[in-house]
Design a protein around this ligand. Sequence first.
Ligand code: BGC
Length: 339
Amino acid sequence: MKAELINKSASGIETYTIENDNGMRAEFITFGARIFKLFVKDKNDNLVDVVAGFDTPDGFREENPYFNAVIGRVGNRIGGAKFTLDGKEYNLYKNDGNNHLHGGKVGFDSRMWTAQILGDDSVKMSRLSQDGEEGYPGNLQVSVTYTLTPDNALELKYEAVCDQDTICSLTNHAYFNLDGTFETVLDHEVFIGADKVTVVDDELIPHGELKDVKGTAFDFTTAKKIGKDIKADEHMIEIARGYDFNYVLRGEGVRKVATAYSQNSGIEMSVYTDRKCMQLYTGNFLGGLKGKKTYGYQSAFCMETQGYPNACNVPEFDSMTLEKDTKYTAYTKYAFDIK
Ligand code: BGC
């Protein structure tokens, strides 16, 4: 294994690669600390790039739905684009109607990060999110370390620390299609170890209510095709145009929380995390954007590990407050096997 810098674009975006002894290879770019390419072997031993994106690093500067980026300072939606912390109200940038989505106008996905190679199999990306950036309080020093393991897993370790109380909830917005074709994910089989989803209003904001998934279209406790119930007569699914929901995961600590499998490629992806929740998003807002492939409606899915969304406005949810000088850590692993 060897992690190395392989390119620097005219606009200054660096590309790093890590390859393991099985031929699995990942590439990362410093713009948005994004996963640029992720080559996994399929059942015929062919390498398949399972993440969406553009042909060149500079492509990601074009308008796109957060392709494979680190999302912060807070992932998901913050209702009304505001929150109160230590008695003070903070107003955030409204980039989703009246709400704040995925860090605002220029979130972590569209900022330059500084990369550092750590050993043979890791690349660490860091940046300073300044006090007031997108409306958030405090200078937040943040990093994500990507590691490619010998057993074909990509690990993401997030760390952050702030010089004031703030709110923080990081994720990665990787868009997967385990065939690498990005035609459809409706035939991918998904399992999610979660008995509840957070109920959302018509602007996709959760307010504290949880819904039991058992026996409903939201239920992935037994693996089923994404497409099986995606047209169910459920108001939330209609509003979201598919799955775009936060699952409250069983268990705690680092555990396996979800799998996705495509029979065509034979690739199975398992998601491990120490987070409480995960958003299943089935690419319902994709509409034909051209990149490495053409990304149509429901041609990719995301499994965004996270804390409870909008927790800064919902006292019943576990807090997303990060206290001054306290270390935030989060862990997620996407592991690949052939089945
Ligand atoms: C959200 C979607 C949103 C998408 C942005 C997902 O994480 O849940 O509602 O549209 O990101 O492309």
